[in-house]
Design a protein around this ligand. Sequence first.
Ligand SMILES: Cc1cc2nc3c(=O)[nH]c(=O)nc-3n(C[C@H](O)[C@H](O)[C@H](O)COP(=O)(O)OP(=O)(O)OC[C@H]3O[C@@H](n4cnc5c(N)ncnc54)[C@H](O)[C@@H]3O)c2cc1C
Length: 453
Amino acid sequence: MMSEKCVAIIGAGITGLTTGYYLKRNNIPFRIFDTASLPGGVMQSKKNETFVWETGPSTGTLGKPEAMELFEDLDLSLLETAPSLAGNRYIWKGKKLHALPSSPISGLTTPLFSWKDKFGILFEPIRPKGKDPEETLTSFVKRRLGTSILEYAVDPFVSGVYAGSPDTIIPKYALPKLYALEENYGSFIRGSIKKMKEPKTPRDKKATKKVFSAKGGFSCLIEKLTQEIGMENISLGLEKCKVRLDENGYIVSANELENKFSHVVFCGSARRLEESFSFLAEEGLQDAFQITYTSVMEVAVGFKNWKGRPLDGFGALMPSKEKRKILGILFLSSLFSGRAPKGGAMLSVFMGGIRHPEYLKLSDAEVFEMVKKEIQETLCVTDFSPELFEITRHEMAIPQYDKTTPARMAAFAKAESMHPGLILGGNGIGGIGMADRIRQGKEMALRIVGENS
Ligand SMILES: Cc1cc2nc3c(=O)[nH]c(=O)nc-3n(C[C@H](O)[C@H](O)[C@H](O)COP(=O)(O)OP(=O)(O)OC[C@H]3O[C@@H](n4cnc5c(N)ncnc54)[C@H](O)[C@@H]3O)c2cc1C
């Protein structure tokens, strides 16, 4: 490897920017390359004189200490956490929204789950462990908790997070913490109780269930990161970005320019890995490119005066069984300040996903009619005349940690072991949530910092 460290980062989304930020703090030179014309990847907020809205991720969970640490390192006053009402989550069943139970009492009284599954929970601690580590989430949840909990808690959750289906998602990769409860303790309930009793370090305590954004929208976090990194270290709007092997390092060619680096860190989606790293195919590592994505459409709907049901929670999710046309609605203005004027509302409506990829082909007028009907029926709005209605179509946007995952992970690991200085990240590995992305970006930077030159 080149004796001096110099790092190429492919991708200027939250993962790549976090990697760059922590390299900069450790005085390691780097350059970030991206074909997009703006930094931030899918993380983009917009605003006008009345509303602030997101076109990509709308909220994150501070579930990893690295997410909190990034705000502490950058500027803690940038962090905005949602009030406790974010704990209220609604699920559609029959003809109305029901609160997802949050206590043993509400678990007993909820109409969402069957009596068989409510009482069956008592036997969860003694149910045998699964035998197939690659079993789907559907089979995993049915086995441990029952069908109604699958249909009215897990299925809508998977739609909300992955725009996917529990029939294809594999908990070992998509929900490693839940999987580990069964694996290590034999039961979710026993495992959760034991984990609660385990001593926590001050760092562990930084990881919480708090819902977060940045003050003024996620783009403010991206702006702060780019400012700290310095635009002179970021090349955007590139036609293409190719990496080839060179003696003791890597040559990155972007547009007409070529530069040599000791390390290359990939921070894009796995479906775009081949574009830059064609040499992996020549080495028989095509599995690294295999990934399933779902497409999702996000519709920002803003009202100056909200006249529907109280938006007293995080949002509402629609189980597949209910056959509604949307996946869910996030009550963005109830979570964060300044998203809508007082008395108004900013909603993020999600559609498409694995259930209805064809919806992304609908015209704007057709989407409007669909969203209108869904909001009227689910949030009790009679007069639907929003002041803002903006559609963002994300083709192949959300990676599914399904049966392609183990082969992809193995190919990533093999490529890294064959090529010192190559680090393959991005949301095809290590989780899709904001906190997972920040954690991965920081870890990749610190791996390079920790290497001996
Ligand atoms: C609509 C939507 C809603 C979401 N909602 C949430 C949410 O509410 N909460 C949450 O936690 N997560 C959410 N997610 C997931 C989360 O947003 C993503 O996992 C995360 O933002 C991905 O960040 P990233 O930097 O890894 O990738 P990206 O944001 O995809 O950025 C990757 C960048 O790399 C560039 N790139 C890729 N390949 C190449 C290449 N070969 N050459 C040059 N450039 C390349 C791309 O142009 C892009 O700019 C959502 C995702 C979507 C799409």
